[in-house]
Design a protein around this ligand. Sequence first.
Ligand code: SF4
Length: 412
Amino acid sequence: MTEEKVIRKKIRATGLMAQYMKEYFLELDHCARTGEKKVAWCTSVGPAELLHSLGFVVHYPENHGAMLGTSRIAADLIPYANTLGFSPDICSYLTSDIGSYVTNNTPLTKAYGIEKIPKPDVLVFDTNQCRDVQDWMSWYARELKIPIMGIHAPKYPSEITEIHVESMAKQTEELVKPLEEISGNKFDIDKLREVIKLSRECTELWGKVLKTASASPSPITFFDGTIHMGPAVVLRGTPQAVDYYKVLLTELEERIANGEGALEEEKHRLYWEGMPIWGRLRAHSELFANLKACVLASTYCNSWIFSSFDEKDPFRSMAKAYAEIFIVRSEEYKEKYIKEMIDLYKIDGIIYHDAKTCPANSNCRYGMHLRLEKETGIPSLILNGDLNDMRLVSDEQTKTNIEAFIEQLEEN
Ligand code: SF4
């Protein structure tokens, strides 16, 4: 996409993350093949802590979806799901993941030598993020004839009330009995407390990692964040995730102490709102870096900060943490949140990604970008594209729009 040489600097801790991720996937594959532990598939902001406490190893189809996106094979797989009746307009994680399953084509093979997606014993969803996750899991439940269960979250609240927390806590507690039967393990509240404590530690450290971006220059970019959030997504609730974020945080704090930024030069500080464009992470990272624009923070990476986890009140705190995520909140809440981010990270401009197949996480469809521009004076740019379906991304258009936006920032 670009010939210039400015790049974002490598993070040393990446090797440790790769090792932990490899161990995680190999264990998952081993358990699916041998039955040593039961395998649960869970939505990315579903009740993973409960599953870990019952001895399941947990696979996250959305994480697999993101791997299909970064490996740029998603667009080839989506048509297979379309032939099964899934519209090209719905979630391209869903369509590429199902396409991957039916063609037995997974990036896990190249990355870890894993032949096929590790088969589940149970499917668990939380509708907090969108309806697609339930339909996605339901297809697998019918196809594989395995049990499915889930939690139905409140939609678009400004405030999370006692009623919301009670409802979600109750629904989570109701999963215990059927999950005990599938796992063959007795539920132990102390184990759940232990896992929630680890998830809380992970989340706190991940939050601190992301907040290092408030330094000038920022030691981390959004593009780094999309890769380094892996352990917060798939390993939260385990000691490895806590260990990893301690190492990463130390490295970023060192960068701050040395006045070292993630980019060689940071002239503009940008915020990314919406899904990443997985198949173009590298190209976009280089494009922005060459324009001396550091995309340094995002709502997306913040989505795995669950501040409410509290091992003293396991079910209710889990319910609150998963009810209050940004994606499901009212426009009013979202505007307030983004304004806080603009201040915290000293943002000069916002990039909204309007992802064609993910309306749930495209926040510029009801005028919010214009309202925020008016209130804050911070300009914004909408990029039309998609998370996984690269047929919906115009590289030329994206480049032209980003360059024009940076020019506008320079004039300002
Ligand atoms: S939030 Fe968007 S990307 Fe995530 S599962 Fe739902 S539709 Fe897909």
